[in-house]
Design a protein around this ligand. Structure first.
Ligand SMILES: Cc1cc2nc3c(=O)[nH]c(=O)nc-3n(C[C@H](O)[C@H](O)[C@H](O)COP(=O)(O)OP(=O)(O)OC[C@H]3O[C@@H](n4cnc5c(N)ncnc54)[C@H](O)[C@@H]3O)c2cc1C
Length: 371
């Protein structure tokens, strides 16, 4: 049997590792334009550490888990999916590659927002060293007042913000740091206790917080902003702008049935599955754009491919979230465990977040502690 996985992020890798473990004979192909698997949940730490600390070359993983890596992007669209299902092949530069099952796990891409010379987004940190971005900024702004803006009060924006704050403070670098967000509440999908704790941390760290503010673009050393309640436009100085306005499924949201099979029109494609940030399963299982959901969906898809191969019924995806944690710089964090109002903060939250990261590291190393 041959399985092709498109996308070697959390979901794709989880599918691939689980498949290799449960079906040792399966032939696996990974399609991904990158050279490395990137542990995105650590990306904010690249402000202090090399990107390579959080990357694993696909060549190394291919050796360990026995798969072939094709370095290209699969052109995914509803028409192509139907035609691949029909022909049971995908086109590759060297010819067609036939499959028994295809898994689409292509993740999510940042919302489109106007860039600029001093504006950096998620993908810049996937391509360049975060330390180099900060060094360039410091060199550029020597002997002047430094203004830094982080756009977006989701988990990514907050983790970058507090990591940067700690980095600059530890080097006694004077700076004006600000967080801007379109809405009024930080981590708006979580209980208000999250907002209150983080707002307190922003205040004690001397970070300016501008709610109800939309980023409109950057010109030279200033950012253009708009008050989302009054529509009033204004500008503020910003020598470095980190843009994390949220993500959208890439290249599009793929609807799936409760087993993870892609739905095109009204019907699931029997041989094409999806998992991770690009997917929405039609059931009560967790569909959030998180690594936790991505790994669980990836493992579920692998289990269902095995069951179908054995002529058994697939499982329904029913993973229920057990908790969610974000770090707020070294030794601080916030999250919930077991139920959303059981909020844990400070060092214990940071320690749990570290344990969650370790669970994934072990999984990639071959020790599965997910349940
Ligand atoms: C800074 C940061 C911090 C985060 N912190 C947390 C956290 O604390 N907890 C949490 O649960 N989540 C967190 N997340 C979110 C988490 O990283 C994502 O939910 C997770 O990466 C989704 O996994 P995925 O496999 O769906 O996509 P990804 O990990 O993004 O992988 C997608 C892969 O698909 C490949 N690809 C894209 N297009 C194609 C194509 N056309 N053909 C082939 N391959 C393609 C890409 O190259 C990539 O390798 C964080 C994200 C960021 C950026």
């Amino acid at each position: 049997m041959r399985v092709i996985v498109a996308g070697g992020g959390y979901a794709g890798l989880a599918t691939l590792i689980a498949l290799r473990r449960s079906l040792p004979e399966v032939e696996i192909h990974l399609i991904d334009p990158r050279e490395h698997h990137i542990k995105l949940t650590h990306l904010h730490q690249t402000l202090k550490r090399p990107l390579s600390d959080f990357c694993i070359p696909f060549a190394v993983l291919a050796k360990k888990y026995g798969f072939t890596h094709h370095r290209l992007a699969l052109p995914i669209s509803a028409d192509n999916l139907e035609s691949w299902e029909w022909n049971r092949t995908i086109p590759l530069p060297k010819g067609e590659l036939a499959f028994e099952y295809l898994v689409i796990a292509t993740g999510a891409k940042p919302h489109l927002a106007p860039g600029g010379k001093q504006v950096y987004q998620r993908d810049d940190f996937c391509r360049r060293e975060g330390q180099e971005i900060i060094q360039n900024f410091l060199a550029r702004t020597e002997n002047k007042e430094r203004h830094i803006t982080v756009v977006g009060a989701g988990a990514t924006g907050l983790q970058f913000l507090f990591e940067l704050d700690d980095l600059l403070k530890s080097h006694s670098i004077d700076r004006q740091l600000r967080l801007i967000q379109r809405g009024g509440r930080i981590l708006s999908k979580l209980p208000v206790g999250f907002h209150d704790y983080i707002a307190g941390r922003l205040k004690s760290a001397g970070i300016e917080h501008l709610p109800y503010t939309r980023y409109r673009g950057q010109h030279g050393g200033s950012i253009k902003l708009e008050n989302t309640r009054t529509g009033e436009s204004f500008t503020l100085p910003s020598d470095l702008t980190l843009l994390f306005p949220g993500v959208d499924p890439q290249p599009q949201l793929l609807r799936a049935d409760r087993y993870g099979r892609v739905i095109v029109g009204h019907y699931p494609l029997p041989r094409i599955f999806t998992a991770g940030d690009c997917s929405n399963f039609d059931c009560s299982g967790l569909n959030s754009l998180t690594a936790q959901a991505a790994v669980r969906k990836g493992k579920q898809v692998a289990a269902n491919i095995k069951r179908l191969q054995q002529g058994r019924l697939p499982y329904i995806y029913s993973y229920d979230e057990l908790g969610y944690f974000v770090s707020l710089g070294p030794l601080d964090g916030i999250g919930w465990m077991l139920f959303k109002y059981n909020i844990i903060t400070g060092l214990p939250a940071f320690a749990i977040k570290e344990a969650i990261e370790m669970q994934y590291d072990w999984f990639v190393d071959g020790v599965d502690l997910y349940f």
